[in-house]
Design a protein around this ligand. Structure first.
Ligand SMILES: [Zn+2]
Length: 430
C-alpha cells in the first residue's frame, strides 16, 4: 500500500494508471448464470458485473451477486435487493486506494446490512429475508451472509470452502446461546400434548433463523449483522455456487458440484435446480447462482474434466465450522496455498464489527454515523464502545460513533432495550 508521502511525490493520475494497468493484466473473467423455480415467489437475485469503485471509471469495476430468500412475504427481499448495495458502497469513503477499499469492505458490509434492516423496519412492513451477498474485485472474493442461503467455493485445484454462515438455530449453538442471553427463547413448535415438532425456532416469532434482514414482528435479537468472509483466490480460478436452502436441503455439496461439472455457468445453475427439485419436489422457492472466476481469456469452465477426491471433506468442514467466530477451521481441510484467507468474522456485536485496523481518519468520516452515514454535530455521536465491559477506558475520541437513532438500534439488537416498533406485542408467524 502506498504511504501518504508517496502520494505527494507521484502524481495521483500516474498512480491510478499504474494500478489500472496492473488490474487489467491480472483480473479474472467472471461468467455467471442463474436458475430458479418458484413456489411462493419470495426469492430474488441481484447480478451486477459492472459496478464502479471509482464512479465514472469503467476500469475499476467489481461484480456483485446477491441472493435474497424471503419469508412471510417478499417485501424485505425486494427492499434489500434494491437498497443494500447502495448502503454498503455509501459506507466506504470515496477517496480510498483499491487495497484500502477491499480492506474497508467487511466493515462497510456490516454497516450496509444494519442500515438496510433499520430503514426497512421504519416502513413498518412485515416479512424478512436471508441475504448472501458476494463482492468480487479482482481475485478477492468477499461474502457477507445472514440466514441459510449458503455460498460454496470449489477452487480449480479441487478444494471446497464454505464462504457463508449457517444461521439456522437448529445447527448453530453459538447463536442459540446469544439469543437466549438476549432474552429470547429457543424451542420447537408445541403440537399439543407435550409433543414437539419441526426445527428449533426462536420465540417470540417462531423464526428458524437467528439472523435476517426485516422480521420486525420477531424479537430484535434476530439481527442483520452478517457473517463476513474474505479470501483471495489463486489465479487458477474457481466456481462459486450460491443457493437458497431448497438446494442444500436436497443435495449434499459435493453432489451439487459434481452434477454440473464441466457445464457453463448458466447450464450449471439450471442443472442444480433441476436435480434439487427432481429429488425433493418443489417444496419451496429454489434458486441457484453459479459464478465462474476464470483466468483471463480462458473461457472454459474450471474443473472441466477433473474429479478430485473431495469426498467427505466438505461435510466434516461444514459440521466443524464455527460460523460465529473468527476461526480458521476450514484451513486444515483445504490444500495449502490454494486460497488465501484474508478475513473472517461473525460476531453479532457492532463494537467488534465496526473496528478496523486501518487509520481512523482514512476509513470513515468522524462526524458521520458509522451505520446510517448521517452527519452529526461534533460531540453528538455515541461511541460504539459505550456501555460495553470497560466504559471507564473510553476516551471522547474513541469512535466509531453512532447517531442516537442507530444507538437505539444497537442496544435493541443486544437485548438491552426495545425500540419503538417492538413495544407492541408481535403476532406469531412461521
Ligand atoms: Zn445512524
Amino acid at each position: 500500500m502506498s504511504t501518504r508521502n508517496e502520494h505527494h511525490m507521484v502524481p495521483l493520475a500516474v498512480l491510478l494508471k499504474r494500478e489500472l494497468n496492473n488490474e487489467k493484466i491480472e483480473n479474472p473473467d467472471i461468467l455467471h448464470g442463474q436458475a430458479s423455480q418458484s413456489k411462493k415467489g419470495e426469492d430474488f437475485t441481484l447480478l451486477k458485473t459492472e459496478c464502479e469503485r471509482i464512479p465514472g471509471d469503467g476500469s475499476t469495476t467489481f461484480s456483485v451477486f446477491g441472493l435474497f430468500d424471503g419469508h412471510n412475504g417478499s417485501a424485505a427481499a425486494i427492499y434489500s435487493k434494491e437498497n443494500l448495495l447502495n448502503n454498503i458502497v455509501g459506507a466506504i469513503p470515496s477517496d480510498l486506494s483499491r487495497d484500502e477499499w477491499v480492506a474497508a469492505l467487511p466493515r462497510a458490509l456490516v454497516a450496509g446490512f444494519v442500515k438496510t434492516d433499520k430503514d426497512f423496519q421504519e416502513r413498518a412492513k412485515t416479512s424478512g429475508t436471508t441475504v448472501t451477498f458476494v463482492i468480487i474485485d479482482g481475485w478477492i472474493i468477499t461474502v457477507a451472509s445472514v440466514g441459510d442461503s449458503c455460498c460454496v467455493l470449489e477452487t480449480a485445484e479441487g478444494a471446497i470452502y464454505s464462504l457463508s454462515a449457517d444461521h439456522r438455530l437448529e445447527t448453530n449453538e453459538e447463536e442459540r446461546e446469544r439469543i437466549t442471553a438476549s432474552g429470547g427463547e429457543v424451542g420447537r413448535l408445541n403440537a399439543g400434548g407435550g409433543a414437539e415438532i419441526g426445527p428449533l425456532r426462536c420465540w417470540p416469532g417462531g423464526l428458524c433463523l437467528s439472523r435476517s434482514i426485516g422480521d420486525m414482528d420477531v424479537g430484535e435479537f434476530i439481527v442483520p449483522v452478517p457473517h463476513v468472509k474474505q479470501i483471495k483466490l489463486s489465479t487458477a480460478g474457481g466456481r462459486l455456487i450460491i443457493s437458497s436452502d431448497g438446494v442444500w436441503d436436497a443435495l449434499a455439496s459435493e453432489v451439487v458440484l459434481n452434477c454440473c461439472r464441466g457445464m457453463p455457468a448458466e447450464a450449471a445453475a439450471a442443472q442444480i435446480v433441476k436435480e434439487a427439485v427432481g429429488l425433493k419436489g418443489l417444496r419451496d422457492d429454489t434458486t441457484c447462482i453459479v459464478v465462474d472466476v476464470l483466468p483471463p481469456e480462458k473461457l472454459t469452465p474450471p474443473l472441466a474434466q477433473q474429479k478430485k477426491q473431495t469426498k467427505g471433506v466438505f461435510k466434516s468442514m461444514f459440521r466443524k465450522k464455527s460460523s460465529e467466530s473468527s476461526s480458521n477451521t476450514d484451513k486444515e481441510y483445504a490444500e495449502p496455498d490454494v486460497v488465501e484467507e484474508l478475513y473472517e468474522e461473525g460476531s453479532a456485536l457492532l463494537s467488534e464489527r465496526l473496528e478496523t485496523e486501518y487509520p481512523l481518519c482514512n476509513l470513515f468520516k468522524l462526524f458521520r454515523c458509522a451505520i446510517c452515514q448521517e452527519e452529526m454535530k461534533p460531540g453528538e455521536g455515541i461511541s460504539v464502545h459505550a456501555g460495553s465491559e470497560n466504559p471507564g477506558k473510553l476516551r471522547p475520541w474513541d469512535g466509531p460513533f453512532l447517531c442516537s437513532s442507530c444507538q437505539v438500534k444497537k442496544e435493541a439488537m443486544e437485548g438491552k432495550r426495545l425500540s419503538g416498533s417492538r413495544l407492541r406485542d408481535g403476532s406469531e408467524s412461521d
